[in-house]
Design a protein around this ligand. Structure first.
Ligand SMILES: NC(=O)C1=CN([C@@H]2O[C@H](COP(=O)(O)OP(=O)(O)OC[C@H]3O[C@@H](n4cnc5c(N)ncnc54)[C@H](OP(=O)(O)O)[C@@H]3O)[C@@H](O)[C@H]2O)C=CC1
Ligand SMILES: Nc1nc(=O)c2c([nH]1)NC[C@@H]1CN(c3ccc(C(=O)N[C@@H](CCC(=O)O)C(=O)O)cc3)C=[N+]21
Ligand SMILES: [Mg+2]
Length: 289
């Protein structure tokens, strides 16, 4: 048995946000401009509500302006597109985030395609996804960016390591694989059709759970000493009837096997928000500079 190190994403994110806040102060002093982040929320998604609340508060704490647009669930796609056009044209807005998932009658790809790529702080626009894929400067999705920051802080160089990413979504798995490739990892992307998922996971020096299934990745899927990043945010009802948050990895089982692991909460989640603020400042610098 080894001693499993806890990767404290909450503490790392606090440090990052403090640095961003002082950079925002300097940017404001030099340009007279306050970076502004607009968040568009259509309908009520319970999983999104914590994120939106934390984000709004931390945006203000970083010295940025926060514009929240909460629209009813029955808002038409055309109305959402019109709002985005307004935000694209608004010079006080440097970052635009449309909270996903959107209600079923709205085509998320059509909405994302309307966002000015220069203001796309989520990095979900095809232009930013493409620029990342071909190695050009891009706005990079926040959760993958946060994961790689934690990995580099834990491991130093990632070059040559076997990374297995479980999950292939456009918002986490795919861009994370791109970033790990950029760090010279040997990358495998696993998904629901992967054969022998436990065996594939056991190859990983770096194992990432981005699935959305509570504690699906078991302790004996982890190679001894591996670094485990748990992206999953799953709300479950415990034996005591209380709701709690768990990741995609069976955290207790990983103790004594993993070399290091992120907790849920307090791991990747806070990093996502810190990276969103970092991207908003980056966007403001490029738009104003
Ligand atoms: N911490 C944070 O900041 C963030 C956390 N999240 C959380 O991360 C998790 C993933 O989010 P997201 O990427 O949007 O989810 P999606 O539902 O978009 O994607 C899930 C992926 O997991 C794969 N998958 C599902 N079931 C299995 C299975 N049994 N075995 C192997 N692979 C499987 C799917 O495969 P297939 O493609 O074949 O269907 C898919 O590629 C969620 O819990 C979400 O809440 C998300 C964003 C930010
Ligand atoms: N356009 C868009 N961009 C996103 O980045 C995006 C999205 N839509 N839709 C929803 C998912 C989910 N997500 C989270 C971010 C932070 C926490 C977070 O701060 N979590 C804390 C607290 C969680 C809690 O206490 O409930 C933690 O893990 O410690 C969680 C989830 C971003 N997402
Ligand atoms: Mg999704």
């Amino acid at each position: 048995m080894i001693e499993t190190r806890l990767i404290d994403g909450k503490a790392f994110a606090e440090t990052l946000r403090a640095r961003i806040a002082s950079d925002v102060t300097a940017f404001h002093a030099a340009t007279g401009v306050k970076p502004g982040l607009a968040v568009v929320l259509v309908g009520e998604d319970p999983a999104s509500s914590v994120y939106v609340r934390n984000k709004g508060r931390q945006t203000l704490e970083a010295g940025m302006a926060s514009f929240e647009h909460k629209l009813p669930a029955e808002t038409s796609q055309d109305e959402v597109l019109a709002l985005i056009a307004t935000l694209n044209a608004d010079s006080s807005v440097h970052g635009i985030l449309v909270q996903l998932p959107l209600p079923g009658h709205i085509d998320a790809q059509a909405v994302l395609a309307t966002i000015d790529p220069a203001k796309d702080v989520d990095g979900f626009h095809v232009v930013n996804a493409g620029r990342l894929a071909v190695g050009l400067e891009a706005l990079v999705p926040c959760t993958p960016l946060g994961c790689v920051m934690l990995l580099k802080d834990t491991l130093g160089s990632l070059a040559g390591l076997e990374a297995v990413v479980v999950g292939r979504s456009n918002i986490v798995g795919k861009p994370l694989a791109q970033l790990l490739l950029r760090e010279d990892c040997t990358v495998t992307i696993a998904h629901s059709r992967t054969r022998d998922l436990p065996g594939v996971c056991r190859r990983a020096d770096i194992l990432i759970g981005a699935v959305g299934r509570p504690e699906m990745i078991r302790g004996d899927w982890i190679k001894p000493g591996a670094t485990v990043i748990d992206v999953g945010i799953n709300r479950i009802t415990g034996a005591d009837g209380k709701n709690r948050l768990v990741g995609d990895v069976a955290f207790e089982e990983a103790q004594g096997i993993a070399g290091a692991i992120t907790p849920v909460p307090g791991g990747v989640g806070p990093m996502t928000i810190a990276c969103l603020l970092a991207n908003t400042l980056t966007a403001a610098r490029r738009l104003v500079g």
